[in-house]
Design a protein around this ligand. Sequence first.
Ligand SMILES: [Zn+2]
Ligand SMILES: [Zn+2]
Length: 371
Amino acid sequence: MATITTPAKSEKPNGFPAENQKQQIMKALVYHGAGKKSWEEKPKPVIKEPTDVVVKISKTTICGTDLHILKGDVPTVTDGRIIGHEGVGIIDEIGTAVTNFKKGDHVLISCITACGKCEFCKKAMYSHCANGGWILGNTIDGTQAEFVRIPFADNSLYPIPEGADEEALVMLSDILPTGFECGVLSGQVKPGDTVAIIGSGPIGLAALLTAQFYTPAEIIMIDQDDNRLNVAKTFGATHIINSGNVNAVEKVMSLTNGKGVDVAIEAVGVPPTFEICQAIIGAGGHIANIGVHGKSVPLHLETLWSRNISITTRLVDTVSTPMLFKTVQAGKLEPKKLITHHFKLDEIVAAYDTFGNAAKEKALKVILTNE
Ligand SMILES: [Zn+2]
Ligand SMILES: [Zn+2]
């Protein structure tokens, strides 16, 4: 049998001289196993499928999930992966099958990639897309880089209108839809409800902002960081509890006359915070987990079995992104309030230090700008 030789790229009849096809280099934040990351050179991404685009990042940010990845909590992220799943940018290259966008378009990147065709996409459960889902900065290279390849661009990007505030829109890549869908929608927040949100970080605050679409009577924020709790107060929390200083469960039970809360939203991802949710949930209530958990948590069926409660888990589907986009554009929701720090993209390691020491640095969201 004859050996089949594939022609070298330079021999393709495309008219390009070989030197134009040399791999281009960019800088990116790369994960190298638990506790290890570096800002280093990587090949600039190229179009692999006709449904792809390559986006030049203009602004990105760091997520609590990235800290979980760096701790080694997310085993699907392997050595060599560029992390990050939030950002806005400009389309730099475009696949031949992309119809909603063109080169040069200004776009918001969704943290969830959706093929639009699989069984899960047909149910609007994009987080579990058979060909996508949460892959950016997880199983494919992500947005903490100068360029990123976005698969299924028609379903995974949103056009940014002229004059829109890019920094506010970065909050729509992940945290606002996550706080809203996994916390507020799963928790079925209703007018008059008493809601407790455990964790006053960016995701908990996003849940706090979007819970107010439904006018709950009370929103109790629980955290161990006074600065974050004070921010929560200015964002509409009716009560704040520092669980480092007082027994949060006793405090919530006394605030609710022993009844517990209608909705408990877990926005941290560690066993003690989920334990608080189980201890404060009232009869008929909903525990909505948002946190990324790296450890198992005991489920207290010995007390919960008779309480008519529900417990939900969810990965954000980003089905609410178009609605949230409109509320931001209309000025009804001001996610920019979550931004506390600015860095240049090549200062990302320093930005991680700031974000990772959030209490000391009074950090919520950091914006990284690619200049
Ligand atoms: Zn995120
Ligand atoms: Zn799909």
